[in-house]
Design a protein around this ligand. Structure first.
Ligand code: SP5
Ligand code: ZN
Length: 347
């Protein structure tokens, strides 16, 4: 398995996130990628290479130019408000909810932050753009490598991507790496691409990007949004719209879901992917389904991740794994690389 990694991910290093009225240390931190990289190398699963930078037009296949311009310039606009902001992360504090307009971009930077975001748990920092861009490079390179004959690739990226929509960030995500990977393969000649999202949280950004389309199937297994982030999307009745009707499948599961229940959902997900007849598969690989995860409520054990990888391999598709969530840092390398090793062993 060929892995793409760029050390610039470490430039995105939030100080705190806001949780229930308190500033708490960020769960999404650079050590996460370090743990996965060292375990991947320790097990000798494959080469790790630095990706080629992709042009901004590749990002515009998924994200709006307006949003990309905002992200690129965000840190300098934040500093322009007050030079003392250099020591502070930027957080939104106001949002255009129902009845307010989101078609007019305000000049005020704090108002822009709200226009382009969905929560206050995602600090924007001095290195966010560089980390997100080089992460997206990893994802597009991982997709491209499948097109030129690799059986499996791994984008070892952070910040994660699946909560980011065409024009907003949130849930620790800024650029939707999985969507960029899928879109790249379509642009390169693939007819159909399936995305299987196994992160604990629903991939609202990915779903929304492809909701009206029949060339990308989105299937997600996640904590029921009635009680879990991202709360406002991810219900079972969301099946796609227009041409996309029937090409979106959500499998929400209750808090406390154990291995047997989760593997049964994976079976349903794989059945759907099989029937779609994709040319390639993108896996949004979050391992925050782990029993020891500090922010999630499923009960998967480290050994289960080997079986998950094996089951995905049986789909028999060229597969790009895109790293998403997972916050039990000490076990993170083992859990992620177990999926990859399970896949390689069965493939
Ligand atoms: C990619 C990804 O996994 N994003 C997850 C975003 C979750 N955001 C909400 C986090 C809520 C943190 N709860 C802290 C509980 C501490 N006991
Ligand atoms: Zn997650």
């Amino acid at each position: 398995m060929l892995a793409f990694y760029n050390e610039h991910h470490a430039q995105h290093k939030g100080r705190f996130e806001i949780f229930r009225g308190e500033m708490v240390p960020c769960f999404e931190k650079p050590e996460r990628a370090d743990m996965v990289l060292s375990e991947f190398e320790r097990r000798g699963l494959g080469r790790v290479v630095t990706p080629q930078g992709v042009p901004l037009v590749s990002l515009e296949r998924v994200h709006t130019p307006r949003y990309l311009a905002f992200l690129r310039n965000a840190w300098s606009e934040w500093l322009a408000l007050d030079p003392a902001n250099a020591d502070k992360d930027a957080f939104p504090a106001v949002w255009p909810v129902r009845s307010l307009r989101s078609d007019v971009e305000p000049d005020n930077f704090c108002a822009k932050l709200g226009l382009y975001s969905m929560d206050s748990g995602t600090p924007l920092t001095s290195g966010t753009w560089v980390a997100a861009k080089t992460g997206a490079d990893c994802a597009v390179n991982a997709a491209h490598a499948l097109r030129i004959g690799e059986r499996s690739t791994f984008a070892l990226t952070r910040p994660p991507g699946h909560h980011a929509g065409a024009d907003f960030f949130g849930g620790y995500c800024f650029l939707n790496n999985a969507a960029l990977a899928a879109q790249h393969m379509l642009d390169d000649g693939a007819k159909k691409v399936a995305i299987l999202d196994i992160d604990y949280h629903h991939g609202n950004g990915t779903q929304s990007i492809f909701y009206g389309r029949d060339d990308v199937l989105f299937v997600s297994i996640h904590g029921d949004p009635r009680s879990e982030y991202p709360f406002y999307l991810g219900h079972a009745d969301e099946k796609g719209e227009g041409a996309g009707l029937g090409f979106n499948l959500n499998l929400p599961l209750p808090a406390g879901t154990d291995t047997a229940q989760w593997m049964a959902a994976l079976e349903s997900a794989c059945l759907k992917v099989n029937m779609f007849g994709a040319d390639a598969l993108v896996v949004s690989l979050g391992v925050d389904t782990y029993i020891g995860d500090p922010i999630s409520h499923f009960k998967l054990h480290s050994a289960d991740f080997l079986r998950i990888g094996e089951r995905i391999a049986h789909l028999g598709l060229p597969t790009a794994f895109i790293f998403e969530g997972g916050y039990a840092v000490d076990e993170l390398g083992i859990n992620v690389v177990n999926v990859l090793e399970g896949f390689e062993t069965a493939a």
